[in-house]
Design a binder for this molecule. Structure first.
Ligand code: G1P
Length: 290
């Protein structure tokens, strides 16, 4: 089965990264040499998705410029004979067909996804939260698409978490049906260790049946006045099965400063041009720090 469209919610204030995000979107902060959001866009493209709606808000138009063509820059690079850079710049604007939808008020992740209802129509679609970078041999969204095709129901990506994670992630209660696939029975948003059903956390990739939009419309706002996608999935569960899937690969949580630093180091260590020198540098640094 083919999933053609994806939604990337990118409308938040990025408060966890202030002051860096005072006048630029969090999604445009660079992890090594490309903005955080590009990792999600490339994952969607590698999963065969050609149409991407980015949910944005005021002050975030640099994302639109980034994925557009840049005729002056391209001409400049061509004149200077910088063909590698020219190819890279052109590649970025041809990764997908982009559509930008504004979320006027920060009313939560569920509400942000609902903004894309008209764009998606009546077909299954993927959601990628750009805070998460997935480094997987088979792109994480492609893994979820395969599960969707087999089980014919919405799929959430799962990871095992610890006590700290129960305060950061949605947590599910589920019946295991194969090594990596679970049937979701219940879920709760950031419950904390006392109220967590399990150590199975919802991470930042989903493939949804389009009925999720009706479920979001029925979802009541939480205490902060936000409509959570976790609560909407709970409503969707009343009418159809939802699956969880433990992905194959590595995931980096760039949702806060520490995770962002860890992701940068880990991904740089995987890059041949930085690996050896960076390892030596880190060793030296560790030897001198107490
Ligand atoms: C969102 C979801 C949460 C999920 C998390 C994954 O939370 O609401 O259920 O576990 O993404 O990163 P946020 O990080 O936007 O607070």
């Amino acid at each position: 089965m083919n999933i053609r469209k994806a939604v990337i919610p990118a409308a938040g204030f990025g408060t966890r990264f202030l002051p860096a995000t005072k006048s630029q979107p969090k999604e445009m902060l660079s992890v090594i040499d490309k903005p955080l959001i590009q990792y999600s866009v490339e994952e969607a493209a590698r999963s065969g998705i050609g149409n991407i709606a980015i949910i944005t808000s005021r002050g975030k138009s640099s994302m639109e410029d980034y994925f557009d063509t840049s005729p002056e820059l391209e001409q400049f690079l061509e004149e200077k004979g910088k063909s590698d850079l020219l190819e890279e710049v052109k590649r970025i604007s041809s990764l997908a067909e982009f559509c930008y939808i504004r979320q006027k008020k920060a009313l939560g992740l569920g509400h942000a996804i609902l903004m894309a209802e008209k764009y998606i129509g009546q077909e299954p679609f993927a959601v990628l939260l750009p805070d998460d970078i997935f480094d997987c041999p088979t792109p994480c969204v492609k893994q979820l698409v395969d599960v969707y095709s087999e089980f014919k129901g919405s799929v959430i990506v799962l990871g095992r978490t610890d006590e700290e994670g129960t305060k950061k992630y949605g947590i599910i209660k589920a019946k295991q049906i194969s090594e990596r696939v679970f049937q979701v029975e219940d879920l709760v948003e950031k419950p904390g260790p006392e109220r967590a059903f399990s150590d199975l956390a919802v991470l930042g990739r989903y493939v949804f049946h389009p009925d999720i939009f009706e479920a979001i419309k029925k979802t009541a706002p939480d205490k902060k006045g936000e409509i959570q996608i976790t609560d909407a999935i709970k409503i969707l569960l009343e009418t159809q099965p939802v699956y969880g899937y433990i992905f194959k690969g590595t995931r980096y949580d760039c949702g806060d400063k520490r995770g962002f630093i860890e992701a940068t180091i880990a991904l740089a260590l995987n890059r041949p041009e930085f690996s050896r020198r960076l390892r030596e540098f880190l060793k030296k640094l560790m030897a001198h720090s107490s």
